[in-house]
Design a protein around this ligand. Structure first.
Ligand code: ZN
Ligand code: ZN
Length: 335
C-alpha cells in the first residue's frame, strides 16, 4: 500500500521476537513522530538515519506521540526527547509505565510468578519466561510525558487534525490516531496485519491486574467498526488498506480460537498451562509470554460467557468446559 501523503514509515530494528517496529513521521507544519523504537544503538541509528533521509533534523520534531508504553515503541522516547527537545505525548494510563518502566516490568514479573504457579506452568519454564521478559528492561529508560492525550482529543500533527482514540486491551494506555479526511488510522499494536493483538498482563501500581484485557480489547476493536477507516498504519508489519469486514474478521478470529479452547476443555479438563501447550505447540520460549497472555484471555472470555469454569479445590487450577456447580456437573448449553 502506498502511504498517505505526508507520512513516512521508518522501520526500526528490535531485538525482540516481534521483529521490526514501525515509527511514523508525519511531515508538515507540525512534524510529529509516532512511536520511537527500543532503546538500543541499532534502533537509534536507524531512526536518525531515517529522519536524515527524510531531510528532517531531530531539532525540527515538534512532538513525539506514543501509542503505548511497550519497550519496542517507547524505549527510545527519552533519548528522542533529549535530542529533539520535543515534548512527549501519551495516554494517562501509560504514565506509570513510562515514568518507571523497570518498576512496571518488576510488577509484571511478580504477577507472572504468581499466575504461573497457580496455573501449572513448570517452574523451570516459568523461570526462563521471566528471565527473557526481565531483559526487556534494558531496552527502555524512563520518559517524562508533557501532555496527556485522552479519548476524543484533537491533535494537530503534520498539516492535519487527528482524533485520539483510547484503545485499551493490548495495553491499558494504548491510543490510536485517526484522520477523518482520508480514513487513516495510526493503529499502534491495536490493529495489526493478519492477527489479533495479545492482551498482555499489566498490573497497576497497586499490584492489581487488569480485569479481563481480552474482553476490553474486543470491545474497543468493535468500536472501530463505526469509523470509516481506509488505511491502517500499524506498529508492526506492512501498512494495509481496509475492507469493511476487517474489524469483524479480527473479532471472529479471537472467538474462533476461544471456541477451540472450549472444545479442548469439553474433551478433558486442563490447567491453563496444558491448554497453552495444546493451543501453541510450536511456540518458542521467547514468545511464551504472549501465548500465556492469549490463553488467559480466551479463558477470561469463555468464563464471562459462562462456558468454562475452574473445578473446585484444585491446585494448580483446572478448567472444565462443563461448569462444575454445587458438586454437580451441569452442561449449561444443554439445559
Ligand atoms: Zn505492544
Ligand atoms: Zn509492539
Amino acid at each position: 500500500m502506498t502511504l498517505p501523503a505526508g507520512i513516512r514509515r521508518l522501520v526500526i530494528p528490535t531485538t525482540l521476537p516481534v521483529g521490526n517496529v514501525n515509527v511514523y513521521l508525519i511531515e508538515g507544519a507540525v512534524p510529529t513522530l509516532v512511536d520511537c523504537g527500543p532503546w538500543t544503538v541499532e534502533a537509534a541509528t536507524a531512526l536518525w538515519e531515517g529522519l536524515g533521509e527524510a531531510g528532517i533534523d531531530p531539532s525540527a520534531i515538534r512532538q513525539v506521540v506514543l501509542t503505548h508504553p511497550h519497550v519496542d515503541h517507547a524505549g527510545l522516547a527519552a533519548e528522542v526527547a533529549r535530542m529533539s527537545g520535543a515534548p512527549v505525548l501519551a495516554h494517562p494510563e501509560a504514565g506509570p509505565t513510562l515514568a518507571a518502566p523497570g518498576a512496571a516490568i518488576r510488577r509484571t514479573v511478580r504477577h507472572l510468578e504468581a499466575w504461573g504457579r497457580r496455573h501449572g506452568v513448570p517452574t523451570p519454564t516459568l523461570g526462563r519466561i521471566i528471565h527473557s521478559y526481565t531483559r526487556w528492561s534494558a531496552l527502555t529508560e524512563p520518559v517524562e510525558v508533557f501532555t496527556w492525550l485522552e479519548a476524543g482529543d484533537l491533535l494537530v500533527a503534520g498539516d492535519s487534525v487527528w482524533r485520539v482514540l483510547h484503545t485499551p486491551g493490548h495495553s491499558s494506555g494504548h491510543i490510536c490516531l485517526f484522520r477523518e479526511e482520508d480514513g487513516t488510522l495510526l493503529s499502534g499494536d491495536h490493529l495489526l496485519p493478519g492477527i489479533p493483538s495479545s492482551p498482555l498482563p499489566e498490573p497497576s501500581v497497586d499490584g492489581r491486574t487488569r480485569p479481563a484485557p481480552q474482553i476490553l480489547y474486543l470491545a474497543h476493536l468493535a468500536r472501530l467498526a463505526a469509523l470509516d477507516i481506509r488505511h491502517v498504519l500499524p506498529g508492526h508489519g506492512e501498512p494495509f488498506s481496509v475492507t469493511r469486514e476487517l474489524v469483524a474478521t479480527r473479532i471472529a478470529q479471537v472467538h474462533a480460537k476461544a471456541n477451540e479452547v472450549c472444545r479442548l476443555l469439553e474433551l478433558e479438563p486442563r490447567t491453563a498451562w496444558e491448554l497453552c501447550s495444546a493451543l501453541f505447540p510450536q511456540v518458542g520460549e521467547e514468545n511464551l509470554i504472549f501465548a500465556l497472555a492469549n490463553t488467559a484471555g480466551y479463558l477470561d472470555l469463555l468464563a464471562a460467557q459462562g462456558r468454562v469454569a475452574p473445578l473446585e479445590d484444585r491446585s494448580p487450577v483446572v478448567f472444565s468446559g462443563v461448569p462444575f456447580v454445587d458438586g454437580l456437573l451441569r452442561n449449561r448449553r444443554a439445559s
